[in-house]
Write a protein that binds this ligand. Sequence first.
Ligand SMILES: Cc1cc2nc3c(=O)[nH]c(=O)nc-3n(C[C@H](O)[C@H](O)[C@H](O)COP(=O)(O)OP(=O)(O)OC[C@H]3O[C@@H](n4cnc5c(N)ncnc54)[C@H](O)[C@@H]3O)c2cc1C
Length: 511
Amino acid sequence: MAGKRSILIVGGGTAGWLTAAYLAKYLGLSDDGKLEITVLESPEIGIIGVGEGTFPTIRETLQFVGIDEARFIRETSATFKQGIRFDNWVHTPAPGTSSHFIHPFEAPFYTEGTSLVSYWLLQDEKTRPPFAQAMTIQNRVAEAQRAPKRPHEGAFDGPLNYAYHFDAASLARVLAGRARELGVRHLRGLMTGVVLDEKGAIDHVVTQEHGDLTADLYVDCSGFRAELIGKAMGVPFKSIRNQLFTDRAIACKLPYDHPDCPLESYTIAAAHEAGWTWDIGLNGAHGIGCVYSSDHISDDRAAQILSDYTGGKDAGVEVRSIPFEAGYREKQWVKNCVAVGLSGGFLEPLESTGVVLIEAAVGMIAELFPHNGPVDAPARRFNELMTARFDNIANFLKLHYCLSKRDEPFWRDNADPASIPERLQELLEQWKYRPPGRFDFILDLESFAFFNYQYILYGMEFKTDLSPVRDEFPNVKEAEKIFAKIKSFSERATHDLPAHRALIQAINAAA
Ligand SMILES: Cc1cc2nc3c(=O)[nH]c(=O)nc-3n(C[C@H](O)[C@H](O)[C@H](O)COP(=O)(O)OP(=O)(O)OC[C@H]3O[C@@H](n4cnc5c(N)ncnc54)[C@H](O)[C@@H]3O)c2cc1C
C-alpha cells in the first residue's frame, strides 16, 4: 500500500457500527497510521431500531470487537435467547387449544455410531416425545424458564448454546462507543448526493455539513434507503415475495405485568391467519410485533391480531408500522461500493437473520479487503457468497411455511409448489426417505446447519419414513438408553441452572 487507505461507511445503524467496529479491529485501525474508517450518519433519519433477537454467532462477534458481555447485557436491556418457540404453526388451532414446538440453538445430542435421529423417526409417533425434547437438554431447560449458564461461568461461555434478545437501538449505541474507542471517526450529517467517476465507481459523496467526502471503499449501511448501492449505483433489487409473502410488520413494547414474572429465554413466534406475531422478553419490557402479508389481510385486521395477542394491552401504546419486501441485491459489491445490512437485502425476521447477515458480510469484507490493489477485485466472490446465503436462508424460512397444514388462504398459498424454490422441493423429496444430513449443505454458504432443518421439519410433523428399512437400525436398546440419559440430564440441568430472570437480575445488580 503506497498511500493512505480510507473506508467511508454511510449509515449508523447496527450494520454501520458493526461494520465499523469489526473492520477497525480486524484491520488494526488504532495501530495503522495509513488507514482511516469514518461513519457518516444522519440523526434526523434515524435507524430502523427493530431487531431484538439474534443468533449465537453474535457472541463471537461481540467478543472479537472487544465488548464486555455483562456491560452489553446491561446497556441493551438484553436477555438470553436459547431458540424460538413456534406456536400453532402446524395446524389452525381449534378455539381454546394451542400446540408448539421449539427450535433450540443446541445441536442434537451426537453419538458416534448410533444415529439417534433415525431411532426417533422409528419410534411410535403417538407416544414419542417431541423431536427437540428427545434430542437435546436445551428444550426442557428453556421451557422451564432456566438460563443457559450460571453466574460464575465466563463471559460468552456456558454449558448451552445461546444468543440474546436486546434492544436494537441500544445495540447500535454500544457498538458505536466501541468503534470510536477503536479509532473510528464519527460524522453526524446528511449525505445529499453521490458523484460517480467516468468508470461508474463512486468518486465522492456530498454531505450537507461536511462537504465532499472521498474514500477507497464506500460501505452502504443506509438501510432500506440503499442510498449508494441502489440509488447511486443503480443495482436492481431482486424481490422474492413470490416465495416469502409477508411484507409488513407492526411493533410495540409493553411492560411486564410484574417486574419479577418469569422470563422466557426463547422468542415466541405464534402463527396467525396471515403471518405470525413475535414476542421477545427483554429486561424491562416485551417487544411484540405482528408480521403479515398485506395481500392476505388488511392493516386494520393486523392491528386487531396484535391487540388480541396482547389482550388489549397495546391500547394507547405507540405502535410502529414497518413495510418491507423480501429480497436482496444480486450484486452487493460493485466497484468500490459494498452494501451491508438492509441496503443489501432483507428477509423477514422469523429466524432473526438480519444481524447474522451483517456478521457474514462484514467477516467477508474484512478477509477479502485488499491491503494493496483494487478494492473491487473481491466483489465477484462476495456477491456469489452473499446471494447464496440470502437464497439459502429464504429456503429455510420457506420450510416453516410450506409444511404447515393450516387452512387459511395465506397458508394454503404458501404450500403451493409454485411458491417453493426448486432446491427446497428437491431436498424435501429426498428427506421423505432419509433425514437431512451434513452433505446436503455447503457450510460457507449457509447460516443454518442440517440439524436446524431437522428441528423445523420434525417440529412441523414432516414424515421421513424409515419403516421399510427398520432392520438397518438394530441398536434400539442402545438408542433408548441414550434418550433416557438425555432426559435425566435435562432434569438435572433444569435443577442446576438458575432461573433466567434471576440471572439477568444478578448481572444487572453487579453493575
Ligand atoms: C420488522 C423487522 C424486524 C426485525 N427483526 C430482526 C431480528 O429479530 N433480528 C435481526 O437480526 N434482525 C432483525 N431485523 C433486521 C435488523 O433490524 C437490521 O438488519 C439491522 O437493524 C440493520 O439495519 P441497518 O443498519 O442496515 O439500517 P438502519 O437501522 O435503517 O440504519 C440506516 C442508517 O443509515 C443512515 N442514513 C440513511 N440515509 C442517510 C443519508 N442520506 N445520510 C446519512 N445517513 C443516512 C441512517 O441515519 C441510519 O443511521 C428486523 C427488521 C425489521 C424491518
